[in-house]
Write a new protein. Structure first.
Length: 276
């Protein structure tokens, strides 16, 4: 049995574009993740950081990178900043993916404003059904999240279990976990990101603690095999519409109805091999 334990990092970012899955009240990207900058030699570098990125940042073709237009660093003085969703259609995105082709084939045609996270209109909500009231969700609250992941190869090397423990999450909230595979961001033909287990949903308790476990068949095939599409990262998503989407990670993705809060800072699980 092969096993490892990893710490997850707070983030607001999925792919590089849009620069964040969270905005401020002015429509700028509240970015915790890989910040693209211009290198001294004219190249573009990307290093983990925390910056307020301008809404008018340049958008390159999918698979390419340009420097973000950085307004300023995010500091402890920003802990009281109220957080917002991205509007639809998604700004500054080049990811050519339909996340729920059976449920929302028209996702790219939907128009919605940016909402404060605590005021996102829950579908079909009635006051008599007892919504759990929340105060504004701030950057300081978002950054308190902590997560640990244990990965264990099981089933005589044919599967792997992913077990998570969380503290500091947004209390009384629906979360999901998605897997990112090596070809999900392949410019030559990206694959659709999927849930890490089905159902992939859990609810943080009143103190922001939670636990989640899933098992996937053959998530780490030999990368040299034809068609191999290994799991290389996991992303914990705060669900702004407080719902789960079955076999899809969301209807609109990337800051509209899903918001990355914890993940590994780079591709991982290189040491694991599984077989079908």
């Amino acid at each position: 049995m092969t096993s490892t334990v990893l710490d997850l990092s707070v983030t607001t970012q999925g792919p590089a574009y849009p620069p964040s899955e969270i905005m401020d009240k002015d429509g700028n990207f509240v970015t915790i993740g890989r910040i693209t900058r211009a290198g001294d030699d004219g190249t573009v570098t990307a290093a983990w950081g925390s910056e307020l990125v301008a809404a008018y940042s340049e958008l390159p073709p999918f698979g390419e990178f340009t420097p973000y237009r950085i307004l300023r660093p995010l500091t402890a003085a920003d802990d009281g900043m109220e957080l917002y969703t991205l509007p639809l259609p998604l700004p500054c995105t080049n990811y050519p993916m339909l996340f729920a082709p059976e449920q929302r084939p028209d996702a790219h045609e939907v128009v919605r404003p940016s909402y404060p996270l605590h005021e996102v209109p829950i579908p079909d909500l009635r006051e008599a059904d007892g919504p759990r009231r929340r105060d504004p969700i701030t950057l300081g609250q978002w950054r308190r999240a902590r997560g640990q992941l244990e990965v264990t190869v099981t089933g005589e090397g044919r599967a792997a279990a992913f077990e998570f423990w969380f503290t500091g999450l947004i209390p009384d909230s629906v979360y999901t976990v998605m897997s990112l595979r090596q070809r999900d961001l392949d410019p030559a033909g990206p694959t659709r990101p999927g849930p890490l287990g089905v159902p992939n949903v859990f609810v943080a308790d009143r103190g922001g603690a939670a636990h989640y476990r899933a098992e996937l068949p053959d998530p780490f095939p030999d990368p040299g095999l034809p068609g191999a599409n290994r799991v290389v990262n996991v992303v914990v998503l705060w669900m702004s519409y407080q719902q789960n989407y079955g076999g899809a990670i969301g209807h609109f993705g990337l800051g509209a109805d899903i918001h990355a809060q914890l993940k590994l800072t780079g591709p991982s699980f290189h040491e694991f091999r599984t077989s079908a």
